[in-house]
Write a protein that binds this ligand. Structure first.
Ligand SMILES: Cc1cc2nc3c(=O)[nH]c(=O)nc-3n(C[C@H](O)[C@H](O)[C@H](O)COP(=O)(O)O)c2cc1C
Length: 340
């Protein structure tokens, strides 16, 4: 089956990236590229009192977010906190919240949060039970197979199957893998018939050909979450969807990157902080240029605003946009050192 032989009856979601896919990014992404059906906020945490300050941010402000397609995400191990978050999101017009059970960072997982909660299915059961007793708003879950071992999922799926979770998004790795190695697609396939929930596949979809492969491998799955592939090539989702091809991709990308920087600068309290965020984005975009390492060398060493802007100009004037480069061109286990 090629992409064009599929019924195109599938949904694509843009996964959250802490430090990159903030509200400004999400707004401009939809304006410039689109092709995704839902976008997820990077996780909120510490929502420990009603109307907590952390909820009064642009990140979740309904004036700045499309509440129909934006899904606020919470990292928590507490049912009251999930309920508080859900009730706030409901009041402000959102239709779903997402519970993060996948974050692999040791600072998070070692505190039994994110993927660190996965070895405790009874606790997850208690939290879901308390949530669904009230059930104020659709709750989707984003998880991995486990923290240490894939077979942790054997007990987890029994818990998930008991609740009306609106969607279960599985990043096909275990927490200890972080983002390294390959997604465990065969394991995902093995679990499909054991789950009776709407299931979303996430992991290593970096190109249209990856997508065709996964579509063939899991023919019953029609919801997919994209991550690093879409950060690296923001045109990827619309190309998968067969939307009208955009000419002048390099110019469109340039306008996006420039506008994003301006918008972030206008919103920032510290003038230089947007440069760090832009560099994080560039650490993915670089892979879809003809010479990734050259692009990164030009961008990474910049410190001031004028210097950063000149570097961006230089990249767009001297390098070619190839597209769909993440995974193909040398990366996937390599982590770019943002401090270098
Ligand atoms: C720097 C970074 C930040 C991330 N932040 C979040 C987050 O806040 N919430 C979340 O659920 N996943 C987060 N993720 C995971 C991605 O959303 C996605 O699940 C992961 O990259 C796997 O998809 P991919 O293989 O298509 O990239 C993050 C990943 C990275 C690399």
């Amino acid at each position: 089956m090629t992409l064009w032989e599929t019924d195109e009856n599938f949904s694509l979601y843009f996964g959250p990236f802490q430090g990159i896919t903030d509200v400004y990014f999400r707004r401009l992404f939809m304006q410039y590229f689109g092709g995704v059906d839902k976008v997820f906020t990077p996780f909120f945490a510490g929502v420990d009192k009603d109307n907590r300050k952390s909820l009064k941010t642009a990140e979740i402000d309904p004036q700045l977010n499309n509440t129909f397609i934006t899904i606020p995400q919470l990292l928590s191990k507490n049912a009251d906190e999930l309920l508080r978050f859900a009730s706030h999101c409901k009041q402000t017009g959102y239709r779903e919240i997402n519970w993060n059970l996948g974050c692999p960072s040791p600072q998070v997982a070692d505190k039994k949060r994110g993927s660190g909660l996965l070895p405790y299915p009874e606790e997850i059961d208690r939290i879901l039970n308390s949530y669904f007793e009230v059930n104020p708003l659709n709750l989707s879950v984003k998880c991995r197979f486990g923290l240490e071992h894939v077979n942790e999922f054997d007990s987890l799926l029994k818990v998930f199957n008991r609740y009306p979770i609106s969607e279960l998004i599985v990043h096909a790795r275990v927490g200890r893998q972080r983002y390294l190695g390959s997604a465990l697609a065969e394991e995902f396939k093995r679990y499909i018939p054991l789950l009776n929930l709407p299931l979303v596949y996430n992991g290593d979809i970096f190109s249209e050909s990856d997508f065709v492969r996964y579509r063939n491998q899991f023919s019953v799955i029609n919801m997919f979450m994209l991550g690093r592939g879409l950060l690296s090539d923001p045109f990827l989702a619309r190309e998968m969807k067969g939307m009208v091809p955009l000419l002048n991709k390099k110019e469109i990308l340039r306008d996006f990157v420039v506008e994003l920087f301006h918008v972030r600068q206008a919103a920032a309290t510290h003038k230089l902080s947007p440069i760090g965020k832009q560099k994080e984005l560039w650490s993915y975009l670089m892979w879809s240029f003809d010479e990734p390492q050259t692009v990164w060398r030009i961008i990474r060493k910049t410190t001031g605003i004028a210097e950063y802007e000149a570097a961006v100009d230089h990249v767009f004037c001297t390098r070619e946009w190839i597209g769909q480069g993440f995974g193909k061109r040398g990366r996937t286990t390599e982590v770019v050192d943002l401090t270098a």
